[in-house]
Design a protein around this ligand. Structure first.
Ligand code: GUN
Ligand code: FE
Length: 430
């Protein structure tokens, strides 16, 4: 078992040849012990336990179990054009949002079959790549966003799901009134709260103002009130790019930064702000106090931002940082890729172990689930990925290589071909 344990600081903890017991009903980790302990030698006592790398199994240096990845920012409907549209700026009449995003998202309105197809594929694909929790933007359509919630439940991924709200600076055929945005948000929240998966902590509704340019002051304020009333997470994009920041300064002259504007409208609260590349120290401190975390999306930043996020600065201002793919602003749906891009983007100021921490425990913290997810501490719920180095087509292992080096190879060169199994809340989902 490999994880970013709280007590391990900047290192990862490698629990070689260990046994884990997980409670069947709740997925809670009850015990983690060395396989040669008295309890371990008995094969573990519980209803469900794993023996990794001992006895007649594969040697442990070739098989690892990690916490599942937490993608703190991904747009489910944009999966359909992932890998294209990489040559456009974010804003403007011929920009990425206008020419690809809004048309793709609007296609899901009133088309149940297409929503099932796109959402089935994005949830399936991300699970297959080790993402056990995802914070999703849906579209403005409530019916389609309910389908996204249903698909997460059906496939077993922990879903944090938001109906996108936008009532201005949006195309005529892909916009809503303030009232529709607010009523749709409440409808989604009520729907999710009625499902068994909500009670189990597997599904969460999220209040989702797209970003300041497309949300009127009334809409922002109303959404802030809803988040307060239902005690929901908020997600949005803050201080994402040079062109977005300039646009906001035009339409909200004299009102300060994106974070100031969110604060003014009651939206600076428990939740996740994607990007936040251009947040000042004062912004970050405000966000930290309000429990608003940052989803760091390094690949997307490369295309859109015109700058990069200082993760260390965020954390020193008290802001939790997770990693996000930002599909389709980032073309990769793999959190391994987000980790690698995070390292490259920071010119090695962030090493692979720190990136792994952000992709697991950091993401769990960002979602307010740090006590429940993110590592193998006893009492947490088991969301996990089993990785196989041996025979994986994406990398080679040599005789006598140490476990840490083999594990780093998986994190650096691996892809879904190295994933054997995926577990959510103790249950095998893949
Ligand atoms: N800003 C507003 N909407 C979006 C979006 O869909 N993706 C990204 N990356 N930024 C946005
Ligand atoms: Fe985004």
């Amino acid at each position: 078992f490999v994880h970013a344990a709280d007590h391990a600081g900047d290192e990862l903890e490698f629990l070689m040849d260990h046994v884990m017991e997980v409670e069947e009903e709740t997925g809670k980790i009850l015990r983690v012990e060395a396989a040669d302990s008295e309890w371990g030698r008995g094969g573990g006592g519980g209803k469900r336990s794993w023996l990794v790398g001992s006895g007649d199994r594969k040697p442990s240096s070739l098989q690892f179990v990690t916490p599942g990845f937490v993608d703190t920012h991904i747009h489910a409907p944009q999966y359909s054009y992932t890998g294209s549209a990489t040559d456009k700026p974010l804003m403007g009449p011929d920009g990425w949002l206008e020419s690809y995003t809004f048309p793709a998202e609007s296609k899901l309105t009133g088309d149940r079959e297409r929503a099932l197809d796109v959402y089935g594929k994005v949830v399936g694909r991300t699970l297959k790549n080790g993402t056990t929790s995802a914070l999703y933007f849906g579209t403005i359509d409530v019916a389609a966003t309910k389908i996204l919630a249903d698909v997460c439940v059906a496939k077993g991924q922990r879903g944090f799901v938001g109906k996108v709200c936008m009532d201005r600076n949006s195309p005529q055929n892909y916009s809503e009134t303030c009232e529709e945005g607010l009523a749709g948000t409440v409808e989604l929240i009520e729907y999710v709260r009625g499902l068994d998966a909500f009670r189990k902590g597997l599904l969460h509704p999220v209040v989702t103002p797209r970003f300041i340019p497309t949300c009127s002051p009334e809409l922002m304020r109303g959404l802030g009130d809803i988040a307060e009333k239902y005690d929901c997470l908020v997600q949005s994009h803050l201080s994402e790019s040079v062109d977005e920041v300039a646009f906001v300064q035009q339409i909200h002259e004299g009102e300060g930064s994106d974070a100031d504007i969110f604060e003014k409208h009651g939206l600076l609260r428990r939740g996740v702000a994607a990007h936040s590349v251009f947040c000042s120290d004062a912004d970050l401190k405000k966000m930290g106090s309000a429990n608003m975390a940052v989803a760091h999306c390094p690949l997307s930043n490369f295309y859109f931002a015109g700058g990069s996020l200082d993760v260390e600065k965020c954390e020193s201002c008290g802001v939790d940082v997770g990693l996000g793919t930002d599909v389709a602003g980032g073309y990769s749906y793999s959190m391994l890729n987000s980790m690698r891009m995070g390292v490259v983007n920071a010119r090695n100021k962030l090493n692979w172990k720190a990136a792994f921490r952000l992709a697991t425990q950091g993401g769990a913290n960002a979602l307010g689930m740090g006590e429940t997810l993110g590592s193998f501490a006893v009492g947490k719920e088991l969301d996990a990925v089993l990785w196989n180095a041996e025979g994986a087509a994406c990398l080679d292992v040599w005789e006598g290589e140490g476990a840490e080096d083999v594990f780093q190879k998986i994190m650096t060169l691996g892809d879904d071909r190295a994933i054997g199994r995926v577990f959510v809340r103790g249950r095998r989902v893949l």
